[in-house]
Design a binder for this molecule. Sequence first.
Ligand SMILES: Nc1nc2c(ncn2[C@@H]2O[C@H](COP(=O)(O)OP(=O)(O)O)[C@@H](O)[C@H]2O)c(=O)[nH]1
Ligand SMILES: [Mg+2]
Length: 533
Amino acid sequence: MKSSPNKLASRLAALSEAVTAMEGRGNPAVVDRAAKVATRAGQRVALSGDHTVVALAGSTGSGKSSLFNALSGTQLAQVAVRRPTTSKAMAVGWGTELPNDLLDWLDVGKRHLVASDDEQLRNLVLLDLPDHDSTEEAHRVTVDRMVEMVDAIIWVVDPQKYADAALHDGYLRPLAEHADVMMVVLNQSDRLPADQLQNCVADLRALLDGEGLRASPLMVTSAQRGDGIYNLRDSLVATVARKRAMVHRVSLDVKKSARQLAVDLGPKVPAKMNGSLKEQVTETMGDAAGVGLVVNGVREAWRRRGTAATGWPLISWIARLRPDPLKQLRLGAMAAIEHSPTEVNRTSLPKANAVQKARVDQGLRELIDQASQGMPTGWVTAVDRAAHGRASLLADDLDTAIASTDLKVKSGAWWWVLFGLLQWLLIVTVIGGLVWWLAGPALATSGFGIPLYVWYGVPAGVWVAVGSVLAGLLLALLGRAFVIGGAQSRARRARKELNSAISAVVEAQVFGPVQAELDRYHRARDAVREATR
Ligand SMILES: Nc1nc2c(ncn2[C@@H]2O[C@H](COP(=O)(O)OP(=O)(O)O)[C@@H](O)[C@H]2O)c(=O)[nH]1
Ligand SMILES: [Mg+2]
């Protein structure tokens, strides 16, 4: 596996992002574990990158402490003392200075510096761990913690217990992915004759290979006789010199966690909202909020006002007697004039009925079921929560959206005035005609010189009056046709405006949060892929 520090940094950032995205959605145990790995990895990377921490681990009496002493050329570790020994790990470093920050982080209190000008071991930190199979719980806790933190592990076994299940099932097999940063040492080789030793080595090798530890080298030593100690030391020197154990180990940790997150995320699903279902939901929500009623109100109000303005004046006042539907709903221009703009708009539209509510619920259910189809349960719940999270505000917000929509019915059409003037002009001519007819004879004799015409036996004044009435009624009919057409187009326009206002609210309160959740799912997937790459 390639593991450069740069690549590790981007993988680590991706793992953190995946953890953040999956928080509260993924399996808590898996997400928590990944979060811990991300934190630990970040800390280790921030500490000395030059040093390589190698731990000697293994079962009771295998010879960890003896090897620790042999490798460090000291007698620091107590060998074969009465059990249980201490539960603490012990560290040794070479050169002039110990990497104390690193040892603090590892929480290793017992630390020793081997004064040496040996450049080869300068950056090695060697740890002697307690027994993993100790009867003391505290020992195992220390081992488990250290196994997670160190850069490389040497598993020390002896000819008697090399196949021990506690070691193989408890540690080696689960750590197979870390085979690259582990090594197995068969110690106490002096206890077996050469042929038996060979068999033992072959057997152990086969065991390790079967567990997926093909990449872990197997070495043979005798701490007592000194056999193999130089080889072991050389391999440690090589590991330290390559300076890649730490980056490698941390990378393996990050990848392993990311893979577990990937399993938790399950197979990739579209996690997408269906556009036509969205439209459908918006429409049913608009309907439940009263868009249809308002649109009808706009049509009615326009007709009523248009008829009043352009009808024949002697009867058009009747139109005004009918209540203004928009005023009743506390809506539109009429309401807007009465309300100050800062006032909270609230219409008098009726609340959604059961059927409308059921349609909204069903539509939304279908939309989110489809959008979250195939997602893990935690995510499905989160999508559902996102869709309904602001349900308590929704009805009010939709109402406010309707109340603040400009229905474009503030002023009537320009031609209404013209028609109105013409109508009044025609009323004047009706009166003129009547006066001419009734007062005509008197006027004619009084010398005003107004002639009296008679057509077909009917006085001209009557012709004028009747003609004007007919013209007024005709004009009213024409006006009415225009008004009805205008009312239709105003209603259409109002519907468009209302729909876009409703759509904005639904987008902000329902679709937006759902989309954010879906985006979060995709982000988690992308981050996990990035972290395992
Ligand atoms: N014959 C033999 N005995 C060993 C060897 N290494 C360690 N021992 C003995 O095994 C016992 C346990 O050793 P120790 O280093 O304390 O093992 P630890 O429990 O793994 O730390 C001691 O009595 C050692 O002297 C070895 O290579 N050959
Ligand atoms: Mg020991």
